[in-house]
Design a binder for this molecule. Structure first.
Ligand code: 3EB
Length: 329
């Protein structure tokens, strides 16, 4: 058999970004949809009620509504455990939860409980290995009684991970600020673990020094799962310090260098020749940055790569952009 004959890997998820016009066509196999994330939109009326949906508190740039659709190669069934809504295929689980920020309850406790609910969902559905987390926190840079909300978030996540993982490395993640609405967490889990990948240009986030908060952010720079690469939110950070403050092109170049370093460290440089395999989410502090970023991203990942630009708040005030990536062969 010729070596380039590719057979779809039934263990891998598929990712599509879509605007409102493209969504209906992508629902032709609704029983394969693991979950949908909406940006600038609540649940669309055309969505079958069994499909998990969560509205993220970020807005798409250049569209009114944007959708992130995770599908499986095999049919899924809806799963709900406590406050976590999700769906499971043979190989994968998707889940999502809104943070219930009741006044008077500390954010770190809300976050710890949300992660405890996620780990309970994983235990009960049999998907013990978290592969990828997305954390969208409204007012991420806001002060909450003397401690920034992102730092409180990190305290709660750290506690939950310590209780759940003991020694294990945390999975890939994004942590980005939302503009309005509920804070949310969504995730992918599997039956076998992803292999964590770090970036030799950066201090591991879980080893960040105390200047970034009392507890470090629990995430790996990337995870390799069955030949697919989940790259965490990546920014203009070298060592643990922000580079090129106030300089968009400088931050872009440094961020792309970090992405390249992670891809190289994962042994996946060949993936850069396969534009169709890539999905990129680009978080912008200012929606006007999009046109200044698009050419360099197209040059690195190819015009055929999927790119979703989102207006959000990056978790350090001096960062202008953050980019995450998913690659599946
Ligand atoms: C950084 O490298 C930038 O808190 O989950 C990137 C990815 C960032 C994930 C998280 C934060 C998170 O530290 C910020």
């Amino acid at each position: 058999m010729p070596s380039n004959t590719s057979r779809p890997n039934l263990l891998l998820p598929q990712l599509r970004y879509a605007d409102a016009a493209a969504l209906p066509a992508l629902l032709s196999q609704p029983d394969h949809v693991l979950g949908i994330v909406g940006y600038g939109t609540g649940r669309p009326a055309i969505l079958p009620a069994v499909i998990p949906f969560i509205q993220a508190p970020l807005h798409p740039v250049g569209e009114v509504r944007g959708f992130e659709i995770w599908s499986a190669a095999t049919p899924v069934r809806p799963c709900r455990v406590g406050a976590v809504q999700g769906a499971c295929s043979e190989a994968l689980a998707f889940g999502c939860i809104s943070l219930d920020e009741t006044p008077g309850v500390a954010l770190e406790d809300v976050v710890e409980q949300a992660y405890a609910a996620i780990f309970e969902f994983m235990a009960q559905t049999g998907f013990a290995e978290s592969i990828r987390f997305w954390n969208y926190l409204t007012a991420i840079l806001g002060d909450d009684q003397g401690l920034e909300r992102y730092r409180r978030f990190n305290v709660g996540r750290h506690r939950a991970f310590l209780a759940h993982f003991q020694q294990a490395m945390p999975p890939a993640a994004s942590g980005v600020g939302g503009l309005e609405g509920d804070s949310v967490i969504y995730f992918l889990a599997a039956r076998t673990a992803a292999q964590p990948v770090e970036n030799p240009r950066q201090v591991s986030a879980y080893d960040y020094p105390l200047q970034y908060g009392p507890r470090s952010p629990s995430f790996s720079r990337a995870g390799l799962y069955e030949g697919a690469l989940f790259i965490s939110g990546t920014a203009s950070i070298v060592g643990h310090e922000t580079r090129h403050c106030g300089n968009l092109q400088g931050q872009l170049a440094e961020t792309l260098e970090n992405l390249r370093a992670v891809i190289t460290n994962a042994g996946q440089t060949a993936a850069l020749a396969d534009a169709q395999g890539w999905g990129l989410k680009i978080y912008l502090r200012d929606p006007l940055f999009r046109m200044q970023i698009e050419p360099a991203l197209e040059a690195m990942f190819g015009a055929e790569s999927q790119r979703l630009y989102l207006h959000g708040e990056i978790c350090r005030p001096d960062l202008l952009i953050e980019i995450e990536a998913f690659y599946a062969p």
